[in-house]
Design a protein around this ligand. Structure first.
Ligand SMILES: *Cc1c(COP(=O)(O)O)cnc(C)c1O
Length: 340
C-alpha cells in the first residue's frame, strides 16, 4: 500500500482491509466473521432501510508514544449501545462480544492506525441494523452487527481553537420522550436541515434548545454542551440529549481538578454568566465555543473575545488527551491496550 498522507486526512472515509460482523438469528448471536468486503448484502425490505432500526457507536484507537495502541472506555460504549438497543427494541449486544470485535477489527487493520506524531487516529464505527425483510411496522427478528474502521485526521488542523454557534428555534433534532437519548441515525437525519442552515450563515454548528419549552439548553449539533463559571462545570440534564462518554469523562476530570459539577437544566439566559463554554464528543474531545448567537432575541453570548479557548477548557482538553494517549496515569481505568 502506498503510505497514506497521515497529516492531511479529513474526517472522511477510507476503505481499510477488514471489517468484522456478527449476525443475530433465531434469538441468538452467531460467530464473529472477518470480512474484506466493504459492502453489505441484504434485502431491500430490511427494516433498517424503511423504519430506521439502526444504532451506532463511535470511538477511536490511539497510537501512543509508548508504541501501544489504546482505546478509550469501550465498556461505556457497549453499555450505551445496549441502552440504544432497548430503546429501539433490538437485541442487546453483550459487552464481551462488543469488546472482542472492536479489538479484533483494530488489530486486523493495524497498518491503518496513524502514527502518533500525525495527530490522526483510527475511528471505529460499530453499527447494528435490523435485516429482516418485512413491510409491517414491528421489530426485525434478524440483525447484523458490523464494526468498521477508518483513519481520520486531527479535528483541529490549525490547533485547538474556537468557533461560533447559532441557536435554532425552527428545528428540533429530538423530542423530550423520543429517541434523542439513543445513538440512532434518525436523530442525525432530523438534524441535517438545521445544520445546513447554520453552515449557510457561517456558523460551525446549530445549537438546540429543549423541544418542549424552548427555554433550556439541549445539545450543540451532535455534541454535548458544558459551561464553566466560578470553578463549576455545568452541563444540561435533559431526556433528549445523548449521554456523551466524553462529557461523562470531563465531569470526572473537572471533579479531579477540584471543580463542582452541576448537571441540571440550564436556561438560555444563563449563557450570559459563563466564563467559558464548549461542545464535547469523541471527534473533537472539546470544541471550544467562541460565541452563541440567538437570531430571535438578537443576543450574542460571547465566551472567547480573542478567539482563544479558555484556560479551564484547555486544561480539561489536554488532560483527557493525555489519558487517551497514555501520557498520563489512567487512574480511572478508562483505557484498554489493544496492541501491546
Ligand atoms: C455521539 C454523540 C455525542 C458524543 O458522544 P461521545 O460518546 O462523547 O462521542 C453527542 N451527541 C450526540 C447526538 C451524539 O450522537
Amino acid at each position: 500500500m502506498k503510505e497514506l498522507d497521515w497529516k492531511n486526512l479529513s474526517f472522511g472515509y477510507i476503505q481499510t482491509d477488514y471489517n468484522v460482523r456478527c449476525a443475530y438469528h433465531d434469538g441468538k448471536w452467531g460467530e464473529i466473521e472477518i470480512s474484506s468486503d466493504p459492502n453489505i448484502n441484504m434485502s431491500m425490505a430490511a427494516t433498517c432501510l424503511h423504519y430506521g432500526q439502526e444504532a451506532f457507536e463511535g470511538l477511536k484507537a490511539y497510537r501512543c508514544p509508548d508504541g501501544k495502541v489504546r482505546m478509550f472506555r469501550i465498556e461505556e460504549n457497549a453499555a450505551r449501545l445496549q441502552s440504544t438497543c432497548r430503546g429501539l427494541v433490538m437485541p442487546e449486544l453483550p459487552t464481551e462480544l462488543f469488546t472482542e470485535m472492536l479489538k479484533k477489527v483494530v488489530r486486523l487493520n493495524e497498518r491503518f492506525i496513524p502514527p502518533y506524531e500525525s495527530g490522526a487516529t483510527l475511528y471505529v464505527r460499530p453499527l447494528l441494523i435490523g435485516t429482516t425483510a418485512q413491510v409491517g411496522v414491528h421489530p426485525a427478528k434478524d440483525y447484523l452487527f458490523v464494526v468498521f474502521v477508518t483513519p481520520v485526521g486531527p479535528y483541529f488542523k490549525g490547533g485547538f481553537s474556537t468557533t461560533p454557534y447559532v441557536v435554532t428555534r425552527d428545528y428540533d433534532r429530538s423530542a423530550p420522550l423520543g429517541t434523542g437519548c439513543y445513538k440512532v441515525g434518525g436523530n442525525y437525519a432530523a438534524s441535517l436541515r438545521a445544520n445546513q442552515w447554520a453552515h449557510e450563515q457561517g456558523y460551525s454548528c446549530e445549537f438546540y434548545l429543549d423541544a418542549k419549552e424552548k427555554k433550556y439548553i439541549d445539545e450543540c449539533g451532535a455534541a454535548n454542551f458544558f459551561g464553566i463559571k466560578e470553578n463549576k462545570y455545568v452541563t444540561p440534564l435533559s431526556t433528549s440529549i445523548l449521554p456523551s462518554v466524553t462529557n461523562k469523562s470531563l465531569m470526572q476530570l473537572a471533579e479531579d481538578l477540584g471543580m463542582t459539577v452541576e448537571r441540571r437544566q440550564i436556561p438560555i439566559e444563563e449563557l450570559e454568566t459563563f466564563e467559558e463554554a464548549g461542545a464535547c464528543g469523541t471527534a473533537a474531545v472539546i470544541s471550544p465555543i467562541e460565541r452563541i448567537d440567538d437570531p430571535e432575541t438578537g443576543k450574542s453570548y460571547v465566551f472567547a473575545k480573542d478567539g482563544k479557548p479558555g484556560p479551564i477548557s484547555t486544561r480539561l482538553y489536554h488532560k483527557l488527551l493525555d489519558i487517551q494517549y497514555g501520557r498520563e496515569a489512567d487512574v480511572h481505568g478508562w483505557t484498554t491496550v489493544v496492541i501491546d
